[in-house]
Write a protein that binds this ligand. Structure first.
Ligand code: 3PG
Length: 205
């Protein structure tokens, strides 16, 4: 499952409502050395943004904030290569499995990890990471579930990401610090690229 991330260990979480800005954003991510994005279904134009980003051959693009099976279909149709959800919906997971689309549902408790295992998954998003105890909680969860890989997201920064990534249970981290909405709204693509490059440098093993 985590193989779909192609070894990318930091996933920018994008909230964008203007498909006309998607190409500039994609170019900025590529220039910064982070050619991967989770395009979230949080805005009316989210599917169009996803389609534009996924149309770039130099970018690996998934759909985020997917909370219904209908959104899974929209994401698949728009070219998403993976699906991320803030929570665990069996309907979302099953639709992804029908479409052969890797899915990372959000969990934050042992009960939810067990529910993910019941659905045949061994890689999950840990969300919201910092609000749920961060790395300490991942250490506790992974002691009980050594077969599970986590993608913590929520409140992570360039400074805190390396410590998460150093833990063997962490497959990747997600976050919006390099694609903050104010940067996207004002078209500060150089700053997006600079933050991506700084992240890559900070997270290098
Ligand atoms: C998500 O949905 O994964 C989060 O909104 C990203 O979290 P962050 O904005 O705190 O980085």
């Amino acid at each position: 499952m985590v193989g779909v991330l192609g070894g990318h260990r930091v996933v920018p979480v994008v909230v964008l409502d203007d498909p006309g800005r998607a190409d500039d954003l994609g170019a900025a991510l590529v220039a910064g050395g982070l050619p991967v994005a989770e395009a979230t279904f949080r805005t009316p134009e989210a599917a169009a943004v996803l389609r534009r980003l996924a149309g770039r051959s130099d970018l690996l693009v998934g759909a985020g904030t997917v909370i219904t099976a209908a959104q899974v279909d929209l994401a698949h149709d728009a070219g998403a290569r993976f699906v991320v959800s803030p929570g665990l919906s069996a309907a979302v997971v099953r639709r992804c499995q029908e479409l052969d689309l890797p899915v990372f549902p959000g969990v934050s408790t042992p009960t939810e990890v067990i529910a993910a295992l019941d659905l045949g998954l061994e890689a999950v998003k840990f969300f919201p990471a910092e609000a749920n105890g961060g790395l300490a909680t991942i250490k506790a969860l992974s002691a009980a579930f050594p077969q599970v890989r986590f993608v913590p997201t929520g409140g992570i920064t360039a400074d805190s990401a390396p410590a998460y990534l150093a833990h063997r249970a962490v497959a990747a981290v997600g976050g919006s610090w390099m694609v903050a909405p104010d940067l996207l709204a004002s078209g500060r693509w150089d700053e997006v690229t600079a933050r991506c490059a700084a992240t890559v440098a900070a997270c290098r093993p």
